[in-house]
Design a protein around this ligand. Structure first.
Ligand code: UDP
Ligand code: MG
Length: 322
C-alpha cells in the first residue's frame, strides 16, 4: 500500500528540508510512500530546494505551478496528481505536527475514509487568528447547511475513494474544508495541539483569509440570498408604513413640515440595503461567471519526471485558452 503526503508550499525554502525529514521519520516504514510538494508560484528558492530533495530521494516529488494560485488550488493540484491509496495533506511549516501521521494512518487502516484533525484552541496562535477563525466558523455554521467544525484546517487523510470524488468535482474554486464534510463517508476526528511555525512568517495574508471565507460561504450556502430577499421585503414593508404616515400628515395636519431629515434617513437606508443586496447577488453572479469559463484551478510549469504529464481531474483539463 502506498501513502501520499501532499504539501502546498509558498515561499517555504527554509522549512522544506526539515518538513521532508520529519515526515519520513514519522511515516511507518512498511508502506510505500510519496511526498508530493506543490510549489505555489514561490518567489524564493522553494523550487530549487524541491529539485535537490528529489535528487537525493526520488520519493520526494514536486509540482511547480505557473504562478501563485492560492493554497486551496495548490492543494487540489496535489490531490490530482497524488498516486497513493490514501492522501494526507498538511502545511509546509510544521504547524501540522508529523507525529500525528501514524495515528491518521491507523484510523484509515481501521476503515475510516476521512481522518481529519482539529486543533485545540491554542494561546500561541495569537488572538487575531483565533478570533477570525472562530467567527468564521460560527458564521459558516449559521449560514450553511453543512456543519463546519472550528479549527479544522487542511491537515487530513483522505482515502483514495474520496480523492476520486474531489478530482471529479468540476468546481474551479473548490472549498475543500466544506467539501470534505459534505461528501460524507466514514469520518474520524482527532484533536491536537499545533506546533509553532518552524521558520518564516505566515503566508495567509488578511486578504487571502477574507477571500477564503467569502468563498466558503458562497460555495456552501444560498442563505445570504434569502437575507437579501428578507431585507428587501421588510424594508419595503417599513417604507409602505412610512408612506401611510406621510399621507396622514399631509392630509390631516395644516402645516406639513418639510421633514428633510426623515427623507434623508429613509433614502440613505433604502439605498444602503439596495447596495447590500446587489453586492450579495454580485458575489454569486461572479461565482457563476468564473465557473462558466471553466478555467483550470491551476497550471503546472514543471514536475519531477516521474509524475504523469496528463492531469487526472476534470478541472485541470478544462480549456486552457478560455
Ligand atoms: N500556502 C500556499 N499558497 C498561498 C499561501 C499559503 O500554498 O498562497 C501554503 C503555505 O506554504 C503553507 C500553507 O499554505 O504550507 C498554510 O499557510 P500558512 O502556514 O502561511 O498559514 P497559517 O498557518 O498562518 O494559517
Ligand atoms: Mg501555518
Amino acid at each position: 500500500m502506498k501513502i501520499s503526503v501532499v504539501i502546498p508550499a509558498y515561499n517555504e525554502e527554509e522549512n522544506l528540508p526539515e518538513v521532508a525529514a520529519r515526515i519520513k521519520e514519522h511515516l511507518p516504514a512498511r508502506f510505500e510512500r510519496e511526498l508530493l510538494f506543490v510549489d505555489d508560484g514561490s518567489r524564493d528558492k522553494t523550487s530549487q530546494v524541491l529539485r535537490e530533495l528529489h535528487a537525493q530521494d526520488p520519493t520526494v516529488r514536486y509540482l511547480i505551478l505557473s504562478r501563485n494560485f492560492g493554497h486551496q488550488s495548490a492543494l487540489r493540484a496535489g490531490l490530482d496528481y497524488a498516486s497513493g491509496d490514501c492522501v494526507i495533506s498538511m502545511d509546509a511549516d510544521l504547524q501540522h505536527p508529523p507525529r500525528l501521521l501514524p495515528e491518521l494512518i491507523g484510523h484509515w487502516l481501521n476503515g475510516y475514509d476521512i481522518v481529519y484533525t482539529q486543533r485545540a484552541d491554542d494561546e500561541r496562535l495569537g488572538w487575531f487568528k483565533r478570533f477570525s477563525s472562530n467567527s468564521f466558523y460560527r458564521l459558516m455554521n449559521y449560514l450553511s447547511s453543512v456543519r463546519f467544525e472550528p479549527g479544522t484546517a487542511d491537515y487530513r487523510l483522505l482515502d483514495k475513494r474520496v480523492v476520486e470524488v474531489v478530482r471529479a468535482s468540476p468546481d474551479t474554486d473548490l472549498f475543500l474544508r466544506g467539501f470534505v464534510h459534505w461528501v460524507g463517508f466514514r469520518q474520524k476526528r482527532i484533536t491536537y495541539v499545533p506546533d509553532a511555525r518552524f521558520k518564516g512568517a505566515t503566508k495567509y495574508t488578511l486578504r487571502k483569509m477574507v477571500k477564503l471565507a467569502l468563498n466558503g460561504i458562497t460555495s456552501f450556502s444560498v442563505r445570504p440570498l434569502h437575507f437579501a430577499t428578507l431585507a428587501g421585503v421588510s424594508v419595503s414593508g417599513l417604507a409602505f408604513l412610512y408612506a401611510l404616515y406621510a399621507l396622514y400628515i399631509l392630509i390631516f395636519t395644516p402645516d406639513a413640515v418639510p421633514g428633510w431629515a426623515s427623507v434623508l434617513v429613509s433614502v440613505l437606508f433604502i439605498g444602503g440595503i439596495q447596495l447590500l443586496v446587489l453586492g450579495i447577488m454580485g458575489e454569486y453572479l461572479g461565482k457563476l461567471f468564473i465557473q462558466a469559463k471553466q478555467r483550470p484551478a491551476y497550471l503546472i510549469r514543471e514536475t519531477d519526471a516521474a509524475i504523469p504529464a496528463a492531469p487526472h481531474s476534470a478541472a485541470a483539463t478544462g480549456g486552457l485558452e478560455g
